[in-house]
Ligand binder design. Structure first.
Ligand SMILES: NC(=O)c1ccc[n+]([C@@H]2O[C@H](COP(=O)([O-])OP(=O)(O)OC[C@H]3O[C@@H](n4cnc5c(N)ncnc54)[C@H](O)[C@@H]3O)[C@@H](O)[C@H]2O)c1
Length: 346
């Protein structure tokens, strides 16, 4: 069996807690090199995961090791440049989410992968959840009828990360929308089957982030808080469906962490986390729950899908074009929130 020779760029949290442990468990993949501007970080993970080569410069790693595929785990600002560098070296790429900072970058990445006939995917692992998979099946089977409205939410009561680059606009491109909201947006748009967008409008706030206060995810410095702490948006699609997206790092709500996707169809409605389906049968209103559903490891399934797609053994679930679509929505939501006007999509 051919094994995919992989390299990892970025030896931070996501590489350490998800991708490297996952790849280590896969017979069909082998990590041959890791790179980080912080050479000590690359060395530490190389030792921990038994990776033979570690580097400080990703271009040197790509040219010396010539891996089949690369996983990009660096701050968002570098996603585009590093993805292009890897594609130009003939590597398939799994880039962490969000695809990039701008839609122009995401488009460039998609084009380059298409031109070179290489796999490009993004770390939108919620798509691999058992809940989303079952709902997708029901949507495809027409069980909802027309879905005329949906809601995607990820709110944290006080979840402004006190580490890393999450409040640095230049590095990340934004706050909760581009970081956590992107996951819910991606999964909701996947369920809605990417309809053409007519217009987008949004508001945002940075009031709590800039003021400071209690924290549940490490303490942050309000003087260095450069991103939004919440975005509240509305999308209208050409088929008449609408989608609300709400996301925050900090908001005055009851729950510590509230993430959900809700679908409203003419025949059924559904709430995803936890999975419940609402309908009507035999003259009665019905609620269906799925208490014994087998839980999957979403990150693992996402990594396996990428590896198997590179080996030509599985269809890729998260495509580059879908990543560009999500990036387009994120950019439009920010533009509308900043300008105070709806953004009409072309
Ligand atoms: N899919 C998910 O649920 C999920 C979860 C967390 C993070 N992420 C994404 O993963 C990416 C990294 O996040 P993280 O939490 O691991 O961050 P992190 O800060 O822990 O790690 C980033 C690493 O990149 C390194 N780096 C920075 N510039 C570099 C360069 N030019 N060359 C090589 N290395 C460089 C840093 O030194 C650091 O070690 C982000 O895009 C983030 O959005 C995704």
């Amino acid at each position: 069996m051919k094994r995919l020779r992989m390299a990892v760029i970025g030896a931070g949290q996501i590489a350490k807690v998800t991708h490297l442990p996952n790849f280590r468990e896969m017979d069909q993949a082998e990590v041959v090199g890791i790179c980080d501007v912080n050479l000590d970080a690359a060395k530490a993970l190389a030792e921990q995961f038994g990776i033979q080569n570690f580097y400080q410069d990703h271009k040197k790693m790509l040219s010396e090791l010539k891996p089949d595929a690369v996983t990009i785990c660096v701050p968002n600002k570098f996603h585009c440049r590093m993805t292009l560098d890897a594609l130009e070296c003939g590597c398939h790429v799994l880039c962490e989410k969000p695809p990039a900072i701008t839609v122009r970058e995401a488009w460039q990445m998609e084009e380059e992968a298409r031109k070179r006939n290489l796999v490009l995917s993004y770390g939108f692992h919620f798509r691999h959840s058992e809940h989303v998979a079952l709902m997708k099946e029901k949507v495809r089977n027409g069980e909802f009828g027309t879905i005329y409205h949906a809601k995607a939410q990820w709110h944290r009561r006080r979840g402004i990360p006190g580490w890393g680059n999450f409040t640095n606009k230049e590095m990340q491109g934004g706050g909760p929308l581009i970081d956590i909201g992107a996951h819910m947006l991606d999964a909701a748009l996947y369920l809605l089957e990417y309809p053409e967008i007519t217009y987008v409008c949004a508001t945002s706030s940075d009031r709590i982030g800039k003021r400071g206060g209690c924290s549940l995810m490490g303490s942050w410095n309000p003087d260095c808080f450069q991103v939004e702490d919440g975005v509240f948006g509305f999308l209208r699609f050409e088929n008449g469906t609408s989608l609300l997206i709400e996301t925050s790092f900090a908001i005055n709500q009851k729950e510590k962490d509230l993430r959900n996707i809700t679908l409203y169809g003419e025949k059924l409605g559904a709430s995803l986390f936890p999975l419940e389906v609402y309908g009507e049968k035999d003259g009665q209103l019905t609620d269906s729950t799925y208490p014994f559903m087998e839980m999957r490891d979403w990150h693992m399934d996402s990594d396996k899908n990428f590896v198997n797609a590179c080996l030509g053994q599985e269809e890729l679930l998260v495509t580059a074009a879908q990543g560009t679509y999500v990036q387009k929505v994120i950019e439009a939501l920010y533009k509308s929130a900043d300008s105070g006007r709806p953004v009409i999509m072309e």
